[in-house]
Ligand binder design. Structure first.
Ligand code: ATP
Length: 306
C-alpha cells in the first residue's frame, strides 16, 4: 500500500465499543505521507469513531497506532501539535467575527500561521470582519477548515467536510483539499459521498459495520468488479426471458436494466440488434464505468446512502 513512501499514520486492529455496540471492529490501514486517504462508508460504519481515536479525542479499547513514525498507545499533545482537525460538528461562537475566530485558534499554538495567510487559503478575505452567524454553510465550513490549518499541520483530519453543503460549496472545499495536498499535507477524510471519495482520494478504505471491507486506489477498487463497462437503459416492462441473445451479465434495478460487459463494442452491437428486433427503445441509455457505489453495492447488497 505504501509504494515505498513514508507512512505518516498506520493503525492495526483498532477496536472500540460503546456498551454493546462494536463501533470499530478490527480496523487496519496505513496512510502514506502527502496523500489523501479516505474512509468511505454509510452512516454508523465507524468512520467518526476511528477518526476520533486518531485525533486523541477517544481512547481505543485495543489496537496499535503509529503516528509520525512513532508507535503510540494513545494520541498525545505532541502529536496533536502537528495535526489539524475538522470535527463533524463544528460550531463557533456566532457573535465572533471570522478574523477573531482564527486569532482565538492561533492563540492555542506557539507558532501559528498568520491569520491573513489562512484567510486567503480558505478564500475568506472578504469575510474577515463578518460575524460567524452571518456566514453561509459553505463559508462556515471554510472557516472551520481555516481553524484546522492555523498550526500549519502535517496531518489533517476532515470528518465529513462537505455534508449538507450545496454542490458549489462542496467544490470549493474540494479545491482547498487539492491545494493542501499540493502543499504536501497528508489528509485523512471521511465521507459517505462516493463522488467525493473518487474525486479526491489516492486511497480509499471502504468501511461497513466497524470493519474495512475493501481498500485500494479508486481504480483498484472498481477493477475488482469483473465487468468493466456498464450499459444502462430504461426497460420497465420487459420479461426476464427477453434478455436472450445479449452477451454479458444483465441486472434489473427497478425500471433500469444494466448490461455489464468487458466487450463494449460487441455488447453494443448485440444490444442495438436486439433493440430493433424486440422494439426496445433503449431510452436514457448511458455507458459508464462502475464506481465506488457499485463496489459497495456488490460487497454489501446495499447502497452507501440507503
Ligand atoms: P456517520 O457517518 O453517521 O458519522 P460513522 O461511520 O462516522 O457514521 P460512528 O459515528 O463512528 O460512525 O458510529 C459507529 C457506531 O457507534 C454507530 O452504531 C453509532 O450509533 C455508535 N456510536 C457512536 N458514538 C457513540 C457514543 N458516543 N455512544 C454510543 N454509541 C455510539
Amino acid at each position: 500500500m505504501s509504494n515505498g513512501q513514508q507512512l505518516l499514520l498506520a493503525v492495526r486492529d483498532l477496536r472500540k465499543s460503546y456498551g454493546g455496540v462494536q463501533a470499530v471492529d478490527g480496523v487496519s490501514f496505513s496512510v502514506p505521507a502527502g496523500t489523501v486517504f479516505t474512509l468511505l462508508g454509510p452512516n454508523g460504519a465507524g468512520k467518526t469513531t476511528t477518526l476520533e481515536i486518531l485525533e486523541g479525542i477517544r481512547d481505543a479499547d485495543s489496537g496499535e497506532i503509529e503516528m509520525f513514525g512513532t508507535r503510540v498507545r494513545r494520541v498525545t499533545a505532541v502529536s496533536k501539535g502537528r495535526m489539524g482537525v475538522l470535527l463533524q460538528e463544528g460550531g463557533f461562537e456566532p457573535y465572533l467575527k471570522v478574523r477573531e475566530v482564527l486569532h482565538l485558534f492561533a492563540s492555542f499554538f506557539d507558532r501559528p500561521r498568520p491569520v491573513t495567510e489562512v484567510l486567503a487559503e480558505v478564500s475568506l478575505e472578504d469575510k474577515a470582519g463578518a460575524l460567524v452567524r452571518h456566514l453561509s454553510g459553505g463559508q462556515k465550513q471554510r472557516l472551520a477548515l481555516g481553524a484546522a490549518l492555523i498550526n500549519d499541520p502535517d496531518l489533517v483530519f476532515l470528518d465529513e467536510p462537505t455534508t449538507g453543503l450545496d454542490p458549489q460549496a462542496r467544490r470549493n472545499i474540494w479545491a482547498i483539499i487539492e491545494r493542501l495536498k499540493g502543499e504536501g499535507k497528508t489528509i485523512v477524510l471521511t465521507t459517505h459521498y462516493m463522488e467525493e471519495a473518487e474525486a479526491l482520494s489516492d486511497e480509499v478504505c471502504i468501511m461497513d459495520h466497524g470493519r474495512v471491507i475493501a481498500d485500494g486506489t479508486p481504480r483498484e477498487l472498481t477493477a475488482q468488479l469483473s465487468q468493466d463497462t456498464w450499459i444502462e437503459f430504461d426497460a420497465p416492462d420487459l420479461a426476464p426471458g427477453a434478455w436472450a441473445g445479449l452477451a454479458g451479465e444483465i441486472q434489473r434495478d427497478g425500471a433500469t436494466a444494466t448490461l455489464k460487459t468487458s466487450d463494449l463494442v460487441g455488447a453494443l452491437d448485440a444490444l442495438l440488434r436486439w433493440s430493433r428486433e424486440k422494439q426496445v427503445p433503449l431510452r436514457n441509455m448511458v455507458v459508464r464505468q462502475p464506481n465506488l457505489e457499485d463496489v459497495f453495492l456488490s460487497l454489501t447488497g446495499r447502497r452507501l446512502r440507503e
